[in-house]
Design a protein around this ligand. Structure first.
Ligand SMILES: Cc1cc2nc3c(=O)[nH]c(=O)nc-3n(C[C@H](O)[C@H](O)[C@H](O)COP(=O)(O)OP(=O)(O)OC[C@H]3O[C@@H](n4cnc5c(N)ncnc54)[C@H](O)[C@@H]3O)c2cc1C
Ligand code: SF4
Length: 488
């Protein structure tokens, strides 16, 4: 433990944001991280608990008290070694993780949690600057070939672990760039894409072969999921050419809103809108980009994806941005003794909300209205919870003006045709069916085919995807070699 009395002496210090008018002019990151001295003070707040709840609250089980102590001691090189021992990509989680570890921190019971995420962010950024992040190629090759399908955080983490275990790994991705939703969901202003690119370079040096623009299996004809594939490879071919196949294709099927008027122009899934801006930021030319300039925008869905639509619409120059959430407004402060150390339900105001947005809660959309085939507005009604069901409140119907409606109500499951191509069984929610058992976990019903990440667990978080990718890599390694030295 760095400083015994640190938690009593120092207040929590949040990372800063650049001013709204400045950051709305661009798509770059705007978080101002902690400097060395501030990180040391924040790390000194850690109590090095005998039972560190932060560690079990973190899906990758980061060894948080240890890296806090190392930062306090000024030993940043060992701090990154500790961080990398449980997390392949702390620069992703240090930027965009909601930090369940902080909700679980013991200090959070009656004080402000240790700023674990900002310390993680500082450690990994320093490690890159100092040149401490280097390729770790395997010393002995096994001669076994593994195909990983889908290059989001689950696929990337699995591919890196498997390559380090000595296997020949090929990572297939239907889109034109690596990264999954990190690349084509999460806006650049939350995470710039150079962070993915330098990991790709590291992984290439470790022997991973990247094949972008290759669709494995098939998509339905009318599918709206991102797909810039120029080539298709069949499931049978992959099963023939590789000793094991790991499916990490995400949960891409967006939840729809089949109310009257849904077929009007100007109503789009968030995942039609957000990827286009990321492509433009990357220098691609797009014909007829979906844009919010000069429009009244309604975002339906109150989560992260909706918030990203708000931030992007404001950067486009929308006239107004309104976000709907069907659930009632949660309390501003959680009842800590009741919910700690679990993730609390409370009102979360993102940096995108702060940039300008009207938020409506307990509201449901009954119909879209339009003129000449184009959306012009929508009709809503307020709802309340009765006997566990949301019911309409009579007399609360309202009309909203809208030139662009973005549907951000989450994802129902993976695209079924990809799983069907391999004959993989699905669970009740339509995800790939596989357990997370210590032995044999992540294996599907099909011989030598495994599944992990959102494709197995359903729509989730980057940190869970990294965990599943790491654990699935160990399972695949065990399957191929009869044992595994990879951490779980
Ligand atoms: C807009 C948005 C914002 C988000 N913000 C956050 C956030 O702030 N913090 C957070 O923790 N989480 C966030 N999430 C959730 C997070 O991004 C996902 O949980 C995570 O990326 C899942 O990782 P994955 O590797 O399982 O799948 P994905 O990231 O979805 O990657 C799957 C990849 O597989 C590819 N693929 C699919 N099928 C095939 C096929 N047949 N052949 C070849 N390739 C295929 C896809 O093209 C995709 O690139 C957000 C999600 C969205 C949509
Ligand atoms: S729970 Fe909080 S105070 Fe305790 S070890 Fe973890 S970070 Fe430190």
């Amino acid at each position: 433990m760095g400083k015994v009395t640190g938690f009593m002496e120092y207040e929590r210090l949040e990372e800063g944001y650049k001013p709204v008018p400045e950051r709305l002019k661009h798509y770059k990151e705007f978080v101002v991280g902690l400097d060395e001295g501030q990180s040391k003070v924040q790390a000194a707040r850690c109590m090095d608990c005998g039972t560190p709840f932060c560690n079990s609250g973190c899906p990758v089980n980061n060894i948080i008290p240890d890296f806090n102590d190392l930062v306090y001691q000024g030993d940043w090189k060992n701090a990154i070694a500790v961080l990398h021992s449980t997390n392949n990509f702390p620069e992703f989680t240090g930027r965009i993780c909601p930090a369940p570890c902080e909700a679980a921190c013991t200090l959070n019971v009656n004080d402000d949690a240790v700023g674990i995420k900002s310390i993680e962010h500082a450690i990994i950024d320093r490690a890159w600057t100092e040149g401490w992040v280097q390729p770790q190629p395997a010393r002995i090759k096994t001669g076994k070939k593994v195909a990983v399908v889908g290059s989001g955080p689950a696929g990337m983490a699995a591919a890196q672990q498997l390559a380090r275990a000595g296997h020949d790994v090929t990572l297939f991705e239907k889109n034109d760039r690596i990264g999954g939703l990190l690349r084509y969901g999460i806006p650049d202003f939350k995470m710039e894409k150079s962070h993915i690119d330098r990991r790709v370079e590291q992984m290439k040096a470790e022997g991973v072969v990247f094949r972008t623009g290759v669709l494995v299996g098939a998509l339905p004809k009318d599918s709206k999921v991102t797909n810039w594939a120029k080539e298709t490879v069949s499931a049978e071919q992959l099963q023939k050419d590789f000793d094991a196949v790991l499916l990490t294709g995400g949960s891409e099927q967006s939840r729809d809103l089949p109310v009257p008027g849904r077929d009007l122009d100007g109503i789009h899934f968030a995942m039609e809108f957000l990827p286009q801006q990321n492509k433009v930021n990357a220098g691609d030319k797009l014909k007829g980009q979906l844009r919010a300039d000069g429009k009244h925008v309604i975002v339906i869905g109150g989560g992260d994806t909706g918030s990203d639509c708000v931030g992007t619409s404001n950067r486009h120059g929308a006239v107004s941005v309104t976000q709907f959430e069907v659930m009632p407004q949660p309390p501003e402060q959680e009842n800590k003794p009741l919910v700690w150390p679990y993730w609390p339900l409370k009102l979360r105001t993102s940096s995108s909300h702060e940039e300008g947005c009207t938020r409506e809660f307990a509201i449901s959309t009954k119909a879209f209205k339009g003129e000449k085939g184009k959306v012009t507005g929508l009709t809503t009604v307020h709802v309340e919870m009765k006997d566990g069901k949301l019911v309409e409140i009579p007399g609360t119907e309202k009309e909203y003006k809208a030139d662009l409606v973005l549907l951000a109500m989450g994802f129902v499951n993976p695209v079924a045709t990809v799983l069907d191509a391999f004959g993989v069984d699905k669970d009740a929610r339509g995800n790939a069916k596989a357990t997370t058992d210590f032995t044999g976990g992540y294996a599907t019903n099909v011989s030598k085919v495994f599944a992990a990440g959102d494709m197995r667990r359903g729509q989730s978080l980057v940190v869970w995807a990294i965990r599943e990718g790491r654990q699935a890599a160990r399972s695949v390694d065990e399957f191929l070699m009869g044992f595994s030295d990879l951490p779980r």
